[in-house]
Write a protein that binds this ligand. Sequence first.
Ligand code: PGA
Length: 659
Amino acid sequence: MLRNPNEILLVAAVIFGVLQGSWSFVVPQTPFAQSTYPIRSVSTAIFSLSQNRRPIIAGNWKLNPATISEAENLLKLISGNFKNHRTLDGPEIVVFPPFPYLTTAINELDGTGIKVGAQNVGLETKGAFTGEVAASMISSLGASYVMLGHSERRTLYKESDSDINAKVHLCMEQPNLNVILCVGETEEEYESGLLKSVVDLQLKKGLMGLKKEDLKRIVVAYEPVWAIGTGKVATSEQAQSAHIAVRGTLSDLFGVEYANEVKIQYGGSVSPASIDELMQMPDVDGALVGGASLTADSFTRIVDGGTYSNLDNQSPKELIATEVVKTKNVLGESPIWSVKDKCLYWISAPEEEVWAWNLKDSPYRRLMGTTIGCIALQESTEEGDLVVAGERAFIKMNMSSNSKDFASGGEVLCDRPEQTETTRPNDGRVDRQGRLVFGMYNNYHRAGASAGENNAGLYRLNSKLEVESLLDYKYRVSNCICFPKEGDIMYFCDTPTRKVYAFDYPKEDGGKLTNRRLVYTVPPELAGAPDGAQIDSDGFLWIALSGSGRVIRVNPQSGHVDTIVHLPVSSPTSCTFGGEDLDELFITTRGPDGGGLYRVKVPGIKGLPEPEFSINSLQSVPSNSSPVLPTSAPSSTNEFPTPPVPSATRFVPGAHYLS
Ligand code: PGA
């Protein structure tokens, strides 16, 4: 991105010439007008204070978000993106949350190097001024910046230049406070050629009485009012020209040397798409970002250099999975690895089978006599104890090939919710507290009377075998359910939407999922949709993209895909980590071209042990469901079986098995 200095001078000179012709104000011919500062990207900026100014990117949250928990979430995402990631070579980063979130922001961002600022300050220092906030209070919290003179304060709250100047002085009395002073012209003023005189006056009045030394703690944000929140970003040439004008006034006030040190941000509809061009300009020293700072991903990308962002630039690692069990499942699903049993279990949903493979002997299966949504490990001293989410009920069964129970049906634990033919249990995983979270599936979502209808709920089976509803709304096809090791977040997608979300996950029984935020959207160029997912020990998501022949690893904080596992078949359905060291990714697939179990080693990445479902009382809850018995003889153990032909007499609602 860095260009050579001659090219820079040429560009600056051309811009300068063009602007002199096209703009109605005169750009000052100060010594710094044809800047010798290198053209920078935000991310590659290397600064030395005498020659170059370290860029500063600030996020102005304005009156957002509505609640502290949303603010915490945004801060966590930002902090996750930046932790241990930024070096001193990068830009200075500041966020400006509303007053009530300042302390939370300071705490959440601790250790990231990101500074926190206040969006305003009162005119008084203490006393009977109800509702006011003093500069000393801001400073004592540990905030580093105060933003003053924002156009919204000037117009909506009638702040005058002399108010702003008084506030600048109050901040300067606090040795640890810096100020971002915002200036900028309205559209009308711009059209009338008044940009320079408006900005000149705002600066002269706003900075009146300041000592040269104070200037080190002042950043100027040039924000044309017509660009704020409008999507009408100024061109980089317009910004550069205005910044030269700002520096001209600063030079008039404090001298060239001091003026050269002042950082001038551009603000007004800055986004990842516009930041790089703006930052090419020698006098654009960063950005004041409003709307785009409310999303961790876009803010991070702006800091990292917009379209050149590392988040986008790092090409994903590509791996290929190979088939290890040629099961030809109609619909393989729900793979789980038992550390205790050293065994992988999975299902073929419509074939009513649970499969087991210890990675050494031949895999074997057990027929359940019911369509299966998912399986879970059951907390037990016995090998092979599983819980099966059957079509009508939850079933406890033992999968051990030595068990005498092997030939009998499982024990019904309790009914599943929504006793209707329209829905059935689908994807599920045990949370970190040992409860089984599962979603329902609209059997008719692809066709039929209730096509497309959101009628499937999301539930949790707790240790008392009570089913709790986790969401107040319904959807079509639950998938992607998984939990990071802290157990406080749950991932989920309604497959037809092609979007994966994170929720704050309630640890207490009876709680609801809250604070939904988007983690990943399948891009339009990819076929298919997200199916099952698993989390690794870094907290990254592995999502099977059914229909596009791949499993992707997604950073849930940025949505960035850093690994793609390709399969030779189109529809992977889910995945999990297994093997002695939990470093092998097992992937179930579905027909017609797939159906086998695939595996890939992922160097340097490990899975987490699959949690076990814990039942407080082994007393099952009376169920109205029909008895669960195998509908055909179980295969003999330890042999590689031929998949059975599904029985035509079984109840198979809808027979639409989207994985
Ligand atoms: P915007 O706001 O990026 O949403 O236009 C900028 C600002 O007002 O500081």
